[in-house]
Design a protein around this ligand. Structure first.
Ligand SMILES: *Cc1c(COP(=O)(O)O)cnc(C)c1O
Length: 377
């Protein structure tokens, strides 16, 4: 039998009775939009992460766009992010009307390099074309970025920080949880993310009351804060989370901690079995990953392709996140970037690949995957 890259079927079997009942309860009460489960989920997420406000919404992309909209950005406002990520990070900056400015990643953590961030901010300031406004670091593959360093730079230059934790829900950073590491944070509940629903979903996290009020309004067409449906005070979105998705997430949150233990079990086994033959992921002291992906670096692009083909021949899936760094995407050709602008991101995009990662991988499967890789090498 082939090994699934992500195993949502086994997860569903584990909690089928509860999940079915939770969905049935929504069908019975009939409040499909903004039903009581949405508020309940927001409260539980706020308690779990340790922030004051959570706003459930329609996707991780919308969870990024909503706080950026609240910042009322203009075309010549710069928001700094990394090019080594899913397209939605930079895209949300553009959709909110601002201009993304890229910062290369650190070779150890694959996350935003704080030293490179400061260099880019200084460059933008001295060029004088764009006004630095915000920073969007990303918790890539489930590992938090270095928020102490990034928040300190933000303070120094008067910038906001929006944590893109679409892959990092509740990752550990010096005893605090990801999604609570910056002024405002966003996560995704896309099915393949560490905490996934059965469709699209996302959430925004903040301790800031004024930001939260803006988000509540923007989520429903910029409706007025006094609750008058037909007095709109801003141009917003329809970015609500479906009640059924909230009901599913409430059930899955109950065993998320247990799943994280198992994701770490799998990662530790991969480390043991593959640490000598590939560059395996490094988790710095004081950090904990939620292992959205377990990504390794091969020696070269050719080696990567050879290993992936050998894995595929044995029914073992793998994936490449991300083959094209965002600064080289066609949609951003107008920014005028070229190969060589962000060397770490470019190099990694040619050598990286991700192994099957989910809480239900059994030890013999992990050994089989590692053997296939070692044989190919
Ligand atoms: C998945 C992802 C998003 C977008 O989330 P959706 O729920 O798919 O809209 C944004 N940023 C990153 C880093 C992601 O991995």
């Amino acid at each position: 039998m082939s090994i699934p890259f992500i195993d949502l079927k086994t997860q569903y079997q584990r909690a089928k009775k509860d999940i079915d009942a939770a969905i049935q309860a929504v069908l019975d009460h009939g409040q499909y939009i903004m039903g009581p489960e949405v508020r309940e989920l927001e409260q539980q997420l706020a308690d779990y992460i340790g922030v004051k406000h959570v706003l459930a919404c329609s996707s991780g992309t919308d969870a990024l766009i909503l706080p950026l909209m609240a910042k009322k950005l203009k075309k010549d406002d710069a928001v700094f992010t990394v090019p080594f990520t899913f397209f939605a990070s930079a895209e949300s900056i553009s959709l909110a009307g601002a201009t993304p400015v890229f910062v290369d990643i650190d070779a150890q953590t694959f996350n935003m390099d704080p030293a490179a961030l400061e260099v880019q901010i200084e460059r933008v300031l001295s060029e004088g074309k764009l006004a630095p406004k915000g920073i969007m670091p990303l918790d890539l593959f489930g590992l938090p970025a270095d928020y102490d360093a990034i928040n300190a730079i933000a303070d120094k230059y008067g910038l906001f920080v929006l944590e893109d934790s679409a892959q990092g829900f509740a990752g550990d950073y010096k005893g605090r949880k990801a999604c609570g590491l910056a002024e405002v944070a966003a996560t995704s509940f896309f099915p393949a993310k560490p905490l996934g629903c059965y469709g699209d979903g996302g959430a925004v996290f903040t301790n800031d009351d004024a930001m939260y009020d803006e988000l509540v309004s923007l989520r429903v067409h910029g409706q007025s804060k006094v609750g008058d449906k037909y007095d709109n005070v801003a141009i917003g979105l329809n970015a609500r989370m479906d009640t059924i998705q909230a009901a599913v997430l409430l059930e899955k949150l109950k065993f998320y901690d247990d799943e994280l233990l198992h994701r770490n079990r799998v990662a530790n086994r991969y480390d043991e079995l593959l640490g000598d033959v590939l560059e395996t992921p490094q988790v710095p002291e004081g950090y904990g990953s939620v292992w959205a992906q377990y990504s390794v670096l091969a020696e070269s692009s050719l080696t990567r392709d050879r290993v992936r083909e050998a894995m595929q021949a044995k029914g073992i899936p793998s994936a490449v996140y991300y083959p094209v760094p965002t600064h080289l995407a066609s949609a951003y050709s107008d920014l005028g970037h070229q190969i060589g602008d962000f060397p770490v991101s470019e190099d990694f995009s040619t050598r990286i690949f991700s192994l099957p990662m989910h809480p239900y991988l059994e030890d013999e499967q992990i050994v089989k995957i590692a053997d296939a890789i070692k044989t190919a090498l």
